[in-house]
Write a protein that binds this ligand. Structure first.
Ligand code: 13P
Length: 247
C-alpha cells in the first residue's frame, strides 16, 4: 500500500517570523494521523524549524549534488544531514525552467540524495504545449525514466513521485481529477513495467498544481492519487490543514 502524503512547498515565501508562526500553528493544530505531513521550507529556515515537531517532516527545496568544495552559495547533502534534514525535493519545474536543471543534473541529484540516505520527492510534469500535442504521458515517463535510470528497486522505498503539470502550477488552473488520475495511472503502470507490481503499488504518487481546500477532496479520492504537493495553499495554516484532512 502506498502512503498518504501531503507536503507543502513554501518556495521563496515568508519572513523568518512568518515561517515560525505558520509552522507552529500547523504543528499545534495537526493531530497524528494516517497522513505523512512534510514541509519544504526555504533553506535559511531549515535549522530553526528542524526538531520542533514530531508530526511534521522538514525537507529542503534544493541542494547541490556534491559532498563539499568550492561551490559558492550551494548546500551539500552532507550539510543537510548534519542539521538533521533527510528529505529533499528534486526536479521541480521551477528548478528545471528557471535555473536550468536538465535531466542529467536531476539524475545526479537523485543519485547523490540516495547515496546520502535521503528521502526524495521527485517532481515531473508537462507544459501546456506538450499536453496540447497529446505527448504528456510520453514526456512525463521520459522524465522519470531519466531521473530513475540508475535507481534500483530497493531504493524506491526512499522515493515519492509528484506529478505537477506546469500549466497548473500557481495558475489557479487545476487539472481535472480525471486528468490527474489518468496521469497517475500511467506513472504507476510505468513503475510496474520498470520495477514490478510491489514497487508500483507501494510508491506514493502525489498531485501538485493549484491544489487547494476546495478541490483536494475530489483529487485525493482518485484511486491513484496518494496525496498532494501544495504550493500557495500551504502558506495558510487553516487551508493546509483542510487539505491534510481531505482524504
Ligand atoms: P501551487 O500549489 O501554488 O500551484 O504550486 C504547486 C507546486 O509547485 C508545489 O511544488
Amino acid at each position: 500500500m502506498s502512503k498518504r502524503i501531503v507536503a507543502g512547498n513554501w518556495k521563496m515565501n515568508l519572513t523568518a517570523e512568518e515561517a515560525v508562526n505558520l509552522f507552529k500553528e500547523i504543528e499545534e493544530r495537526l493531530s497524528f494521523s494516517e497522513v505523512d505531513v512534510k514541509v519544504f521550507v526555504p533553506s535559511i529556515y531549515l535549522q530553526s524549524l528542524t526538531g520542533l515537531s514530531e508530526k511534521i517532516t522538514i525537507g529542503a527545496q534544493n541542494f547541490y549534488p556534491v559532498s563539499k568544495g568550492a561551490f559558492t552559495g550551494e548546500i551539500s547533502p552532507i550539510q543537510l544531514r548534519s542539521i538533521g534534514i533527510n528529505t529533499v525535493l528534486i526536479g521541480h519545474s521551477e528548478r528545471r525552467d528557471l535555473f536550468g536543471e536538465n535531466d542529467d543534473f536531476i539524475q545526479s541529484k537523485v543519485k547523490s540524495a540516495l547515496e546520502n540516505g535521503m528521502d526524495i520527492i521527485l517532481c515531473c510534469g508537462e507544459s501546456l504545449e506538450t499536453r496540447d500535442a497529446g505527448n504528456e504521458v510520453k514526456f512525463v515517463t521520459g522524465q522519470l525514466s531519466s531521473a530513475l535510470s540508475i535507481v534500483e528497486s530497493a531504493s524506491m522505498k526512499n522515493i515519492t513521485i509528484a506529478y505537477e503539470p506546469i500549466w497548473a502550477i500557481g495558475t489557479g488552473k487545476t487539472s481535472s481529477s480525471q486528468q490527474a488520475e489518468d496521469m497517475h495511472l500511467a506513472i504507476r503502470n510505468w513503475l510496474d513495467s520498470k520495477y514490478g507490481p510491489t514497487v508500483a503499488g507501494s510508491t506514493s504518487i502525489l498531485y501538485g498544481g493549484s491544489c487547494n481546500a476546495a478541490n483536494a477532496k475530489e483529487l485525493f479520492a482518485c484511486p491513484n492519487v496518494d496525496g498532494g504537493l501544495i504550493g500557495g495553499a500551504s502558506l495558510d495554516a487553516e487551508t493546509f490543514l483542510t487539505i491534510i484532512s481531505s482524504f
